[in-house]
Design a protein around this ligand. Structure first.
Ligand code: TK8
Length: 359
């Protein structure tokens, strides 16, 4: 065997292996739309650093690459975006603070992490508010949603667009869960559930009889691995792309909250960009969000199947079982609706209902 030949074999082996992994890790996702639109004139070069919590396999990452490609192509390479996934640069809360101080250019947190900037965003944390994806997306595209983005003004953060994290599902390492009683554990102890650092989520899991433990997303895998918490809740796609099935044997299709993502830029970075660049960034943000929403939907069902294939036991809940969860979390509305605003809640419910009527 000549050295040359063995090198070729090794290469082929690696290629096959990586192909195998790629097939197992993502469904057949739509390719990003072709990039069109004019090239923007030369207003200098900028490197934009963007960090977020999810991994390279996530729809958030794939669509952020598309965002980077749009900027790069339409500025003839003058705008470069470096994407840092996996909480490498910090967690959602820390990265928003870095945007305020100008030490990071962009981040892409769940809306739930940003309610300290714009309290209206907490409407998305209310349980069982948005009955379908279609309704949720209509809400994300509404004027009410745009005013939430606008309300960041003056905070040091320029909020560019919403996209989809998705319906959150419970997973845990202790037992199958089909009812609030299973969460609370009548004969055994209640589940310790990691929540996002958000008071409405704390209230939800308290109402369900769990021991809620707020924690940054980046610490979650090892907290579950070490048994610090029994469970967590996130969309199937996030559970899969974060490999939570390795430490979580049980899943329940609770769909208790629909969480959006908010793509945002440091106001300092924004102010440094020429208005033509600003317009391009805003347009690219919207285009990449539309793509994210599309592939996120393609990912979600596939992710649930994949989790089952990899050994997670997933409990589907029928309408009566969901109703039991809904009833158990009623106190969350009583406590939080006045804070969040009854009018805003009614407006969001109305948008959601108009979608239901159309169908
Ligand atoms: C990723 C988070 C994550 C969120 C969470 O940074 O913390 O559970 O759902 O997606 O934003």
């Amino acid at each position: 065997m000549t050295p040359r030949w063995s090198h070729a074999v090794a290469l082929t082996g690696a290629a096959i292996l990586s192909l195998g992994i790629a097939q197992a890790q993502s469904p057949e996702l739509s390719a990003p739309p072709a990039i069109d639109g004019e090239v923007v004139g030369d207003h200098g070069s900028h490197t934009i650093r963007m960090g977020f919590g999810l991994s390279e396999g996530s729809p958030q990452y794939l669509s952020s690459r598309y965002f980077a490609d749009i900027l790069e192509q339409r500025s003839e390479g003058r705008l470069t975006v470096q994407v840092f996934p996996n909480s490498q640069l910090g967690d959602d809360v820390q990265m928003m603070e870095m945007l305020q101080t100008g030490t990071l250019d962009m981040t892409y947190p769940s809306s739930s992490a940003a309610t300290s900037y714009v309290s209206e965003l907490a409407v998305f944390d209310l349980p069982f508010l948005l009955p379908s994806r279609e309704a949720a997306i209509e809400v994300l595209q509404s004027e009410a949603a745009q005013s939430m983005l606008d309300a960041f003004e003056g905070s040091g953060i320029k909020a560019l667009t919403f996209s989809e994290n998705g319906y959150r599902q419970l997973s845990n390492s202790a037992r199958p869960v089909a009812s609030p009683e299973d969460v609370a554990g009548l004969d055994v102890r209640g589940l310790t559930v990691r929540t996002m650092e958000n008071p409405v989520h704390l209230a939800i899991w308290e109402a369900l009889g769990a021991n809620p433990t707020p924690m940054a997303f980046g610490e979650l895998f090892s907290a579950m691995e070490q048994g610090v918490v029994d469970g967590q809740e996130n969309p199937w796609s996030t559970i899969l792309t974060s490999n939570f099935q390795e430490v979580q044997d049980y899943g329940s299709e609770t769909r208790h909250v629909y969480t959006p993502f908010v793509m945002m830029m440091s106001e300092r970075t924004w102010d440094r960009l020429h208005p033509d660049y600003q317009a391009l960034v805003q347009e690219a943000a919207r285009q990449s969000a539309a793509y994210e929403i599309q592939i996120s939907a393609e990912y979600d069902d596939w992710a649930r199947e994949q989790l089952e294939e990899r050994g997670m036991q997933i409990t589907r809940l029928d309408d009566a079982q969901i109703a039991a969860f809904q009833e158990a979390v009623q106190p969350v509305y009583e406590e939080w609706a006045p804070e969040i605003g009854e009018e805003l809640i009614a407006e969001i419910q109305q948008i959601a209902a108009s979608v239901a009527d159309d169908q």
